[in-house]
Write a new protein. Sequence first.
Length: 141
Amino acid sequence: MPTPNTPKRTILLGRSSECDVIINHPEVSGRHAFLSILPDGAVEIKDAGSRNGTFINGERVLNGILRPGDKLSFGSQVIDWEAILRDPPPPIGGSGSPTRSTRVPFKKETPLQTLLWVIIAVIVVGAILWFFVKPWVFQPK
């Protein structure tokens, strides 16, 4: 169930072709920031770990609420965020579906699961060497 802060729509901004809105400028990171429309209608910007930063009215922010007339910039590149919202990119998969930036990633394995897979792989390789390679390599003369 959505919480009050769950975005209705999120748009990924950056230089990468994976982004919903591509901004081809050297000061813009590949995945620079997320522009979200919250259920209450507020517009939120979240920096995605960019190199040159995200700024609202000249102040660097990690996340912040945009209001009409606010100046959004990535590094020194000014972004017309209001124009993006007037003509947003279509959601992937039809109306109302999430964009690429809001899809849930695959569950990551824990270090214990990774260790278990390594142990299983070592046992399988050892068994192959013991039963198939050893008799063939060490034949009595």
